[in-house]
Design a protein around this ligand. Structure first.
Ligand code: LRH
Ligand code: MN
Ligand code: MN
Length: 393
């Protein structure tokens, strides 16, 4: 890397030191596709063990101090005790993800189901998730609905929007002053003809109607191929409606691969929008979460790798020469403006990140440090007989 000006170096290092990335409990459990779940040795057998794995990721990276839960995958009797255990392990519980997509009753939808009794059951779960947030101290309720239809005419698109709005509003009313609702969208799957929250515009419109505590969450795997995700980021940031990200990579559909693996340039472009809007610092209120499944690769290592990939994209975004970019844009200098971005993107930031970790008292190479720690061998021996978790259940 060419020598950075001392002021640039300290600005970039300070921003990276404050960065926070939230891991997902379900990333540590067995997962797969509808064709096969490949069980791995040493996977967690309960939410406590998932938290221990998430805490391990934080120990080696220093920037992943919270872990999201998914209910009922992470159902326990005492959520306050789970939060206390997380604290002992050096992490905190993050977003609570509701699950109204794995019950026979939801075949025709959850909160948009034509049957009022099923809608009431789905709403009760959403409210239960807010009760859990009260116990865990979580700020964010993350909602994703698999609701939709497979065939034209199957149900009324407009009536389903009314039912969705009514459930969202009842859940919103239940939120505490410091709690938020993050509404996730997804183009398709499992519904194949019409999805009730298919895109950011639908999520945005509902959030706008609900109020300040409702914001959009962008799952990077949930768009049509070729969608300009950084445009969505820029638009929502400007509107004050970006609540966070579910980061992952995709080649085809909702592949849930490691973030930054399929298209590191896209991740850079997203982080560049974040940095240029001064929205990286946790005080800006954007939740940077991972939502991934590690079907064939070792899971804890894959989560560490994902955290590092986000850090690398962020470091590159922080290296963009903002005054030079602004000047080129003002002058209509297309090539200089593009070069300002590309110069930053092509910088090898790994030495800077090694320096950051050394400054934080961490091993500069988190993957090697994890491999040498013996943690994986210990849990493989201790967790024999472990059950599939999350997707693999
Ligand atoms: C849906 C989704 C949503 C779920 C998670 C497990 O595809 O992205 O965020 O909660 O996967
Ligand atoms: Mn998601
Ligand atoms: Mn998804």
């Amino acid at each position: 890397m060419t020598e950075l000006a001392p002021s640039t170096r300290s600005r970039v290092l300070a921003a990276l030191r404050d960065q926070r990335i939230e891991t997902a409990s379900w990333a540590f459990g067995n997962s797969g596709t509808r064709f096969k779940v490949f069980a791995q040795p040493g996977v967690p057998r309960d939410p406590y063990e998932k938290i221990a794995d998430a805490a391990t990721v934080h120990r080696f990276t220093g920037v992943a101090p919270t872990v999201a839960l998914h209910i009922p995958w992470d159902k326990v009797d005492d959520y306050a005790a789970l939060a206390a255990y997380a604290k002992e392990q050096g992490v905190a519980l993050g977003a609570i993800n509701a699950n109204v997509f794995q019950d026979d009753d939801y075949k025709l939808g959850s909160v948009t189901n034509p049957d009022p009794a099923i809608r009431a059951k789905a709403l009760a779960h959403l409210i239960e998730c807010v009760d859990i947030m009260d116990a865990t101290g979580s700020r964010d309720l993350k909602l994703w609905f698999s609701d939709g239809t497979n065939y034209p005419g199957q149900d009324s698109i407009r009536a389903r929007q009314d039912r969705l709005a009514s459930a969202l509003s009842a859940t919103y009313e239940r939120l505490g002053d410091d709690q938020r609702m993050l509404l996730e969208y997804k183009l398709f799957e499992p519904a194949f003809y019409m999805t009730d929250v298919p895109d950011w515009g639908t999520s945005y419109a509902h959030c706008l109607q609900l109020g300040d505590k409702a914001q959009v969450v962008i799952d990077t795997g949930h768009h049509a191929p070729g969608t300009n995700i950084e445009f969505i980021v820029a638009f929502l940031l400007r509107a004050g409606k970006l609540g966070g990200f579910d980061f992952n990579s995709r080649f085809y559909a909702d592949d849930d691969l490691m973030v930054g693996s399929a298209d590191p340039f896209q991740l850079f472009r997203i982080m560049q929008e974040i940095v240029s809007a001064d929205a990286l610092n946790p005080a800006a209120g954007i939740a940077f979460m991972l939502d991934q499944c590690h079907n064939i690769e070792p899971k804890i290592q894959a989560v560490i790798r994902s955290v590092m990939n986000v850090q690398e994209a962020t470091a590159k975004a922080l290296l963009v020469d903002a005054p030079a970019l602004a000047a080129a844009q003002e002058n209509g200098d297309v090539l200089e403006a593009n070069a300002a971005l590309m110069d930053a993107y092509h910088t090898d930031v790994r030495p800077l990140l090694r320096e950051l970790r050394a400054d934080q008292g961490l091993d500069p190479d988190p993957i090697a440090a994890f491999k040498g720690s013996g943690y994986y061998e210990t849990v493989q021996a201790a967790r024999v007989g472990g059950e599939a978790a999350g997707w693999g259940a």
